[in-house]
Design a protein around this ligand. Structure first.
Ligand SMILES: Cc1cc2nc3c(=O)[nH]c(=O)nc-3n(C[C@H](O)[C@H](O)[C@H](O)COP(=O)(O)OP(=O)(O)OC[C@H]3O[C@@H](n4cnc5c(N)ncnc54)[C@H](O)[C@@H]3O)c2cc1C
Length: 421
């Protein structure tokens, strides 16, 4: 007998947020996750930023140049590994075609609308559910050491100002009065951009709260359950084959991050997504008041430094290396180097040997926008491809998909994220 429950594949940010949004619309959900807990892959130790301010895809002409010139250069912030090149070819052509000024600008606008919607939903979810996840509403600051890139950023932000991207341009004095720990760097800083409407927090703690709330609302989550295949008949989804049992259903949501592509391939669907590896190191703090409070982004290095309640995290780098899980010392040393450069005194008291190191695979689409919505297989839905904005977009993406699935009007235009585009 066909059950009415919706099966959601993947227990990361997108899967859990989708479960919550569907439960809110009266649906019955079962989340299936192959790991022995939720949020143990890409949603585990990301930079922790909710940043509509970073809505641009990573295929600006500047980024493409960086990628091409990085081949073989181990210390590049963006790095393409030779062995990953064959698997990237078709995707890379699309990625480059989508970098035209027109498409890049359109994708930034679409992403910004989703990111802002999502940030607002995250904040109201936090308030309604009274949850904590080491969140901060101080905003984020982008720092610049190079006049040219500061000016370029100001020009490109100006283009998007009418969308509602609010920011303040700061000189180094104003920046250090906001974040006194940056004093030693002040002579190197040309300027900074403060995005007060961005937020930060620990995405893993957020997922754990989401998991608890999903269960409280009656949703079920089965871990250690891998989906081995999707079952369909006459272009309709009929069930999933798992490592434990086969389950019949007429609604399946693929929210399996970078692994989503392989899951849908057998049904003739092609998601243009590739894993883009990033790293982080999280260090415990002694709770002293001298710790930085403001989250910092160094865009040129694709690196972020995020203070949490009793910890600080440095995250970044973009490595095109397929699903290579090796955590390379050189990448972690680069992150530590950035921290030491930004906060020379503060960083000298940290215990790096006890730092928690991690890597994850951002599910990056070739046009920099997520895939959210229906597929050509009836009953099969997708919510993935959020790339470097997966936490920022999680609550918004889930809400869009849940509205589409329950035939309700979406709060923002869902067409830019159409799976069939
Ligand atoms: C270094 C780094 C920093 C980042 N910083 C930020 C940031 O500051 N802000 C931001 O917005 N985003 C950030 N991101 C991006 C964000 O973390 C990701 O986009 C987001 O975590 C993706 O969530 P997801 O649920 O799609 O994927 P995942 O968290 O990877 O979840 C997918 C889940 O599906 C499961 N799965 C896969 N295949 C199967 C299967 N066959 N059967 C069952 N389960 C399966 C996996 O085990 C996994 O748990 C960062 C990413 C990295 C790597």
């Amino acid at each position: 007998m066909i059950k009415k429950q919706t099966i959601i594949i993947g227990g990361g940010l997108q899967g859990l947020a989708t479960a919550n949004a569907l439960l809110d619309r009266g649906e019955d959900v079962l989340v299936l996750e192959r790991r022995n807990g939720t949020a143990l892959e890409t949603s585990f130790a990301n930079a922790g930023m909710i940043t509509p301010s970073q809505s641009s895809p990573w295929n600006s002409p500047k980024d493409i140049f960086k990628m091409i010139s990085s081949i073989g250069k181990e210390d590049s912030a963006m790095l393409v590994r030779m062995k990953a090149v064959p698997g990237l070819l078709g995707w890379a052509v699309r990625f480059i075609l989508n970098s035209s000024s027109k498409r890049f600008t359109a994708a930034t606008i679409d992403n910004f609308n989703l990111c802002s919607y999502s940030r607002d939903l995250t904040a109201s979810f936090r308030e309604t559910e009274e949850i904590n996840y080491d969140e901060s509403t101080l905003g984020t600051a982008k720092i610049f050491r190079n006049q040219k890139s500061f000016e370029e950023s100001l020009i490109s932000l100006d283009k998007f100002k009418e969308l509602g991207i609010n920011y303040q341009a700061l000189d180094s004095n104003s920046l250090t009065s906001l974040e006194p720990q940056l004093k030693q760097l002040s002579s190197q800083i040309i300027g900074a951009l403060l995005f007060e409407e961005d937020e930060t927090g620990d995405a893993y703690l957020f997922c754990k709260e989401l998991e608890r709330i999903v269960r409280n609302k009656g949703g079920r989550i089965h871990t250690s359950t891998e989906i081995i295949g999707l079952q369909s008949h006459k272009m309709k989804i009929t069930g999933v084959k798992t490592s434990r049992v086969d389950i019949q259903t007429n609604k399946v949501v693929i929210a399996a991050g970078s692994w989503s592509r392989h899951l849908v391939e057998s049904l003739g669907l092609n998601l243009h997504i590739r894993p883009v590896k990033g790293y982080s190191i999280t260090l415990d703090l002694d709770g002293s008041n001298a710790s930085p409070k403001l989250a910092i982004v160094d865009e040129d290095l694709h690196t972020a430094i995020t203070p949490f309640k009793n910890r600080i995290r440095v995250a970044g780098t973009a490595e095109f290396a397929g699903f290579d899980e090796e955590i390379r010392d050189s990448r972690i040393l680069n992150l530590i180097g950035t921290l030491k450069n930004v906060y020379p005194d503060f960083s000298s008291n940290l215990n790096y040997d006890e730092g928690h190191i991690w890597s994850g695979f951002r599910p990056m689409s070739s046009d920099g926008k997520p895939y959210i919505g229906k597929t050509k297989i009836e009953g099969l839905f997708i919510n993935t491809g959020q790339g470097h904005l997966g936490w920022t977009m999680a609550m918004g993406s889930a809400s869009l998909l849940a509205d589409i699935m329950t035939n309700q009007k979406t709060a923002i235009d869902s067409m830019p994220f159409n799976v069939l585009r």
